[in-house]
Design a protein around this ligand. Structure first.
Ligand code: KIV
Length: 250
């Protein structure tokens, strides 16, 4: 899937995924890009931010996602610990590619690392605006420094760029000024595409309600109700039924 060619043709759809079954759902629904985000720190591992995610975490989950995806482009988010130097980022990206088969990486900021990865034959998705690996608070990113960094990331060879928590008018300007597609999260409708964190858009976390999030389902409610019904059936002794049990061997 060449995401670059979609700029100006149609909007690009992207979602995160972290495991085999949900990656298959996302891929079979026809989403263009599946990002194995380091947001897995929060939504899979229960941490309060992405900073402690390891390259081993990313390799394990990217491997699972690769098994569930047939058509979409899979992107592995390189964690903070990988993005400390050119030598470290190259070692870690090569590990990801060798073990999982995924040769497409995402990097927050750091155009010099984008350039090194592109020179080494990787496809790289950039990321600017709010950069959770650096930020201590959730804050909309206003100002020309966002445009400047987006341009530097494009010049370093990225094939697309995530704009996170950027005012809609600034995101439109960046989208107009770049040749590569912009993928927004909290950046308005003017971007070339949109991305959301899958468990958030499925409504799996009732406590998470940022302004930019649209919840497309109440999976928390559905799952909790199913689990409650299962508990009741077990306690009443009506699960399993005879048809859900094995007969004696013939
Ligand atoms: O880690 C992540 O899920 C991300 C998206 C929010 C773009 O970087």
């Amino acid at each position: 899937m060449d995401i670059r060619k979609l700029k100006g043709v149609r909007k690009i759809s992207a979602l995160t995924a972290y495991d085999f079954l949900m990656a298959r759902v996302v891929d079979e629904a026809g989403i263009d890009v599946v990002l194995v985000g380091d947001s897995l720190g929060m939504v899979v591992l229960g941490a309060c931010d992405t900073k402690g995610v390891t390259i081993e975490d990313m390799i394990r989950h990217t491997g699972a996602v690769m098994k569930g995806v047939r058509n979409a482009l899979v992107v592995c988010d390189l964690p903070l610990e990988s993005c400390v130097s050119v030598s470290r980022v190259l070692v870690d990206a090569r590990k990801v590619r060798e073990i999982t088969g995924c040769g497409c990486m995402k990097i927050e900021g750091k155009p010099e690392l984008v350039r090194a990865l592109v020179s080494a034959g990787f496809e790289v998705m950039g990321h600017t605006g709010l950069k959770p690996q650096e930020a201590d608070t959730f804050k909309v990113q206003r100002g020309d420094f966002v445009l400047d960094e987006a341009k530097a990331i494009e010049a370093a060879g990225a094939f697309s760029i995530v704009l996170e928590c950027v005012p809609a008018d600034l995101a439109c300007r960046i989208t107009d000024e770049l040749r590569i597609p912009t993928i927004g999260i909290g950046a308005g409708v003017g971007c070339d595409g949109q991305i959301l964190v899958l468990p958030d858009m499925l409504g799996l976390n009732p406590d998470f309600k940022p302004k930019f999030l649209r919840k497309y389902a109440d999976v928390y409610g559905v799952a909790k109700n199913a689990v409650k019904r299962y508990k009741e059936d077990v306690e009443k002794g009506i699960f399993p039924s005879a048809s859900e049990s094995y007969g004696q061997d013939k």
